[in-house]
Write a protein that binds this ligand. Structure first.
Ligand SMILES: [Zn+2]
Length: 290
């Protein structure tokens, strides 16, 4: 197999062998309500679940080196540009503006992928604020979820200041955010149009922290108190464009949780066609910037 490598990969092999991603195992509030693993995903997950959250010591497979080579094979197959991509320890970093301080180990609420991601799914966190640090709290919540075997997580989370990577390598592992198509019934025919095409296992999810005018996250979707800040949307544009470029994902494969599962997510006025919003202008404005 001929493989193309990022220039600095081999000098990092020892680092990859020696640096195991440490799980934080911090209990912290989780703001997301995206517990959306549908039955199909659940079955698939169980079949492939060879990292268990009951054994935190086993945080990385023994054949780390082979995994790295397999990953490079994927990069070659997809002709992904190696620019702006490197390993920091065993974490795949796309660019230096992505915050990797809250990357979790692969046994923390994620599953191995069979194929590289083909879709990008945008969500809202259902948070009370999007101030700096909220994305960290969300990532810590995913780790807390893993301790309880609650399958809720997302590859990336964004707040006003930070683009936080949770999944150590989204080429190799997927998180649990984009499911739920079997249970949601949108009122508008504009919802759920991509059901069956987009799943957790073929997509990358980006959770975007939202503000709430009364600093509460207990409202229904499309409550007028919820909104995305310009900073959070700008960060989301930046990350989505980088992922599209890296994974060769066309704009037509960038969707909302609303599109793939019918959930009112993002449940922000202007971002879906459900009652209380009936307005997708902000979503289409976001797409026009990609
Ligand atoms: Zn969602």
């Amino acid at each position: 197999m001929e493989i193309k490598t990022p220039d600095n990969i081999f000098q990092n092999i020892n680092t990859i062998k020696n640096n195991i991603v440490k799980s934080l195992w911090v209990d912290s509030p989780c703001y997301t309500d995206d517990m959306d693993l549908d039955e199909e995903e659940e079955e698939e997950h169980d079949e492939n679940f060879y990292y268990t959250s009951e054994d935190p010591e086993r945080s990385y497979p023994e054949d780390t080196f082979q995994n790295v080579l397999d990953n490079l094979g994927v990069l070659e197959r997809f002709k992904a540009p190696p620019l702006n991509v490197h390993y920091d320890g065993d974490v795949l970093v796309y660019a230096d503006w992505i915050d990797t301080t809250h990357v979790a180990s692969p046994d923390c609420n994620m599953s191995p992928r069979k194929n590289p991601p083909e879709y990008i799914v945008i969500h809202y966190v259902v948070s009370s604020t999007s101030k700096k640090g909220t994305a960290y709290n969300v990532a810590n919540g995913y780790i807390a979820n893993a301790k309880k075997n609650k399958k809720v997580s997302s590859e990336f989370t964004i707040d006003d200041e930070l683009i936080v990577q949770y999944c150590p390598d989204p080429t190799k592992y997927y998180c649990f955010a984009a499911g739920g198509a079997s249970k949601y019934k949108p009122k508008s025919p504009k919802g759920k149009t991509m059901a069956g095409k987009v799943t957790c296992s073929n997509s990358i999810s980006i959770e975007v922290c939202n503000e709430s005018k009364d600093h509460s996250a207990s409202h229904n979707p499309n409550d007028p108190r919820y909104y995305f800040t310009e900073k959070a949307v700008n960060n989301t544009v930046k990350l989505t464009k980088a992922l599209m470029k890296y994974y060769k994902i066309p704009k037509s494969n960038v969707c909302r949780h609303y599109d793939c599962a019918g959930k009112t997510c993002p449940g922000i006025i202007g971002w879906n066609d459900e009652p209380g919003s009936n307005d997708e202008s902000k979503w289409y404005n976001f797409l026009s910037r990609l």
